[in-house]
Each structure stands twice: as structure tokens, then as C-alpha cells.
Ligand binder design. Sequence first.
Ligand code: PLP
Length: 378
Amino acid sequence: MIYLDNNATTAVALEAIEAMTSCMQSGPTNPSSKHKAGECSKETVMQARGELARLLNCTPPEIVYTSCGTESNHLAVYGALAAAPERKHIVASSVEHPSCMELYKHLATQGYSVTYLPVDAKGTLDPATVEAAIRPDTALVSVMWANNETGVIFPIEAIAALTRGKGLLFHTDAVQAVGKIAVDLKKIPVDLLSLSGHKIHAPTGIGALFVRKGVKIPPQLFGHQERARRGGTENVPGIVGLGKAALVAQKELQAETERLAALRDKLEAGVLSRVSLASVHSAGAERVSNTTMIRFGDLEAELILERLDRAGICASAGAACTSSKTEPSHVLLAMGVDERGALSSVRFSLGRENTAADIDTLLDVLPGIVNEAAAIAA
Ligand code: PLP
């Protein structure tokens, strides 16, 4: 199998599996327990927290463990709103992940209003639009760091500086950025940042929210754990796995970024030269190095994906979380792509296990698959 869907989820790193296995074999783990076993797992969590903090260049107490990126986003948004109950306005981009978009739709039924910032045809965002959208009743600005569909990187440093200057809370969904680009939280003044373990070679079931020292957000789950910011007994094996995945990500970041960019460029050039109706979305925009979204004329992406799957190649159409439905991607629609084009686009997201041989195989089979799909559509 050739897995080109790493923005949906990643394989768990061997280092994480080994550390988690050893953690689970070492006995019961509840860091709140006062006995030796509890003390021991408290130390284990402390070490893992340090490992994740190093990847983000923040301090360990600024990390709050959650169950996933979705929970981190919810904790950040609900937390920011609860911290300023008189303010009922949120500024967000129009291409956020469904875990934020669905929450905003719900909040709109609860008396909140959301200003969705436009993106241009390449999917990039102008920080000036953030400034223009801020109102006296704005409680939070929340803009993702890297887009899960196109890979486009947003100007988070500029937006963070702007919101800081206005004394506003700023959250970024960095689920697709962490482990792919340098995230330096000492340098970039974001207040809240979400990440997810399973996107960076840790298992599912573990995520984290960075909460900058001094930023107060009330919990969604009450309990003494995580300094009363997120109740519930800690997922110690998951936390350990995330720590090890963070260590590997940090060690490999630069070399992997360059290697994946070369593979992505090879993929794009190969597809464009072999498939005349193909075009790359967000080409020329600043993107994370592993992601490319390619339009195949007006051919239904599903026809291509089914055939790729039969050939042993996994990719996806638009956001993975909505791939069971055939709704056009809201990200591509926001970029001005028409509905037909949005339904004809395939996302390839590369990862640590991919090699040049994988791309060669894809390039060998893709032209035939596209021809077959075109014959069916004709
Ligand atoms: N945010 C972004 C940008 C994502 O890509 C995803 C998952 O695809 C999430 C949030 C949700 O993360 P999780 O699956 O851990 O809930």
C-alpha cells in the first residue's frame, strides 16, 4: 500500500510505540495517586511534557493535554468566550477545519456572531483583513496555521502581533503545522495553540492545547488534572507517545521538510506533465511541504480515488473528515473554485514513510486512471 493521506492521520512512530508499550507494561498509571506507582507516572508525564514543550519552544506548564485536535479547538474557543462573557464576536478564517466551523455554526445559534475572513484564489490570507474585522465586542481571533486541504501557511506571526497589540486573545489551530514547520512560541505571541497527536506520528486519542502563561481559560471538563484546566485521568501512554513523536519530529524537521518538498515537487511536476487537464491549487503560495491539492479538470474526484485505492494508493478528496460525503470542499469554494472544480480535486499528503519510488508508482498508474475516469464521465 502507498499511503498518501498523511493529513488525515499518520502511522505511529516506532519510537512512540516502544515507549508506550514500555509505559503500559510498567504497571498501572494514574499520576494523581499518592503512592509510588502514582509518583512514577507523574514523573513519566513530566518528562513527556518537557519533550512536547521543546518542540513548541514553550514551558511545560503551558501544555494542557486533551484527547484530540477537535477538543483542543473547543477548549480554546469556549475558554476564550467564557473569559469575556460580555463579548459575542469571533473572527475566524473562511477555511478553518470543520472542528472549528461546526462549532461556530453552533455558536451562531447561541447569540454569537462570526466574521469569516476571505482568502484569495491561492488560498492565502491577508492579515489586514483581520484588523478590519475586529470589533469592540470581539472576544477571540482564531486562524489556523496551515490549511489541511491546500497546505497553505497563514501569516500567524503578523496576526499574533496585531491581536497582541489590541489586547485580544488569539488562538491558532496548528494541527497541520506542528511537526511540519518550526513553531517557536517564545518568538510568536499566540495565546492558544491546538495540536493533535495522530497527525505527527503519535496515536489517536491524545492532543494538546498550549495556553500561554497568564492566559486564563475555564475548563470544559472539570477536575483537578492539568492544573484544573482539563479534568479526567491523564492518558499516560498517549502522552508518552506524543512526547516521543515530538522528539522525532524536532530531530527530523529540517531534513524531512526538504525531503518531502522534493517529493511533492516531483509529484506535481510529474502529474502536470502526464495529465493535461491537471492543475495544482495554491501553487506558488507558501505551503507546508507535504501537501498538494490537484484538480483533474471536471472529473469527479471519487472516480479517481476509487481507482487509486484499487491500485493500492490512498489519497483523499478535500477534508478527510468530510470524505464520506460528496459535498464540495468549503476551502476550495472560499478560494473561488467553482463547485465542479471543488468536486474534481484530490489531496495527496505525503509523510515520513513515502519514498521517490512511491511517487514513481503513482505517476505510472495515474494517467491510465484519469483516462478511465474520463471515459466513464464522457
Ligand atoms: N484541525 C485541523 C487543521 C485538522 O486537519 C484536523 C484533523 O484533520 C483537526 C483540527 C482535528 O483533529 P483531530 O482529528 O485530532 O480531532
